[in-house]
Write a protein that binds this ligand. Structure first.
Ligand SMILES: [Zn+2]
Ligand SMILES: [Zn+2]
Length: 340
């Protein structure tokens, strides 16, 4: 029977309805063709560094910051050549009749994951994924020094169906002068939960999920991987730090490795067991200059595979229908032995 479930982080309902579902193992059959090489010239490949705008950061194979002349690089961070927002604007709000506007101020950076032309993040080994998470934390800390930026959104579009326009593996960082609606909803949702229970909603989720052990896919000393109770999408996956903290960017070295351990396992699962399905991932980290949220906000990392299409009902109501149960997908993920 279909069921309404409440997401206690966002404080909103979703519908879990398996009536129209394929069995989870059938997602495997939706093999999405994985391009092996690109015939054209790729601006992110080694040797084509001059095709990107002047770089912000270069990391060598050992994960150490290096200079622009070091040909032995592993990752580069550059401004987006076609930015959605510009640092040249001023984030001042203006009135236009009954409306409000603001010049399109913001930072839009690209993290190039590898000098080789790889098209899936699962091609990175765990050491390189740790390096990538280090780059994320470093860039957020740096962006945070700007008083004009209120929040940082960090995401990956893996595959065409997830919106990737350049197939060379890369992620994007946005520094915004405002708090985007999803983060704002998480903050208000968790604030309401905290007011009612005197507890952080995510800490409560971790405690309950570990005790019940129905939707936990994997855990190490510092992180757990779960299929969320009020899942919006088949195989929606959360990686959550066990320690209560509002901001990802303060994470220390030892815990980054345990985060990388989780992320590597999930991206390998998507690549090898879900036929290289396209997916988005993103970090929700607390707003940059507002310490008042530290009590109830708990940073988190979400991966959303593109396995089902949102239709009119979702668009009309804002209520997502998930065609698999998170209990079933958790079982399925564990059964393959990748999360042992
Ligand atoms: Zn390339
Ligand atoms: Zn917490």
């Amino acid at each position: 029977m279909p069921e309404y479930r409440k997401d206690i982080i966002l404080d909103e309902w979703v519908i879990i309805s398996t009536e129209r579902a394929k069995r989870p193992e059938n997602f495997r059959e939706d093999k999405i063709k994985i391009p092996v090489t690109d015939a054209g010239v790729c601006p992110f490949d080694k040797g084509n560094e001059s095709m990107t705008p002047p770089e912000i950061l270069r990391i060598n194979k050992e994960g150490i910051i290096t200079d622009k002349n070091d040909a032995n690089w592993q990752m580069r961070v550059v401004p987006n050549k076609f930015p959605a927002l510009t640092p040249a604007a001023e984030p001042m709000s203006k009135n236009y009749g009954i409306y409000t506007s603001m010049d399109g101020f913001g930072l839009h950076e690209v993290v190039i994951h590898s000098p080789e032309h790889i098209t899936n993040i699962s091609r990175l080994d765990i050491r390189q994924i740790k390096m990538l998470l280090d780059v994320y934390a470093r860039r957020i800390r740096d962006i945070k020094t700007s008083t004009k930026i209120e929040s940082v959104t960090l995401m990956l579009n893996q595959g065409k169906d997830a919106g990737a326009s350049i197939e060379h593996s890369h992620s994007q960082i946005f520094g915004l002068p405002l708090i985007p609606p999803v983060l704002e909803k998480e903050i208000y949702g968790t604030a309401r939960y905290f007011k009612r229970t005197k507890k952080c909603a995510m800490c409560a989720i971790i405690e309950f999920e570990l005790a019940e052990d129905k939707r936990v896919v994997y855990k190490n000393d510092d992180f757990i991987i779960i299929q969320p109770y009020a899942s919006r999408n088949p195989f929606e996956t959360w990686i959550v730090p066990k320690a209560h903290e509002a901001n990802f960017e303060n994470i220390e070295d030892g815990r980054i490795l345990n985060f990388a351990d989780c992320l590597k396992k999930v991206v390998d699962f998507f690549y090898f067991e879900l036929g290289g399905a396209s997916f988005n991932y993103y970090i929700h980290t607390g707003p940059l200059h507002l310490e008042e949220f530290n009590l109830h906000y708990h940073w988190n990392f979400e991966l959303i595979p593109k396995l089902s299409i949102k239709a009119g009902f979702e668009v009309a109501t804002g209520i997502d229908i998930c065609i698999t149960t998170p209990e079933y997908t958790a079982e399925f993920m564990k059964s393959g032995g990748r999360f042992a």
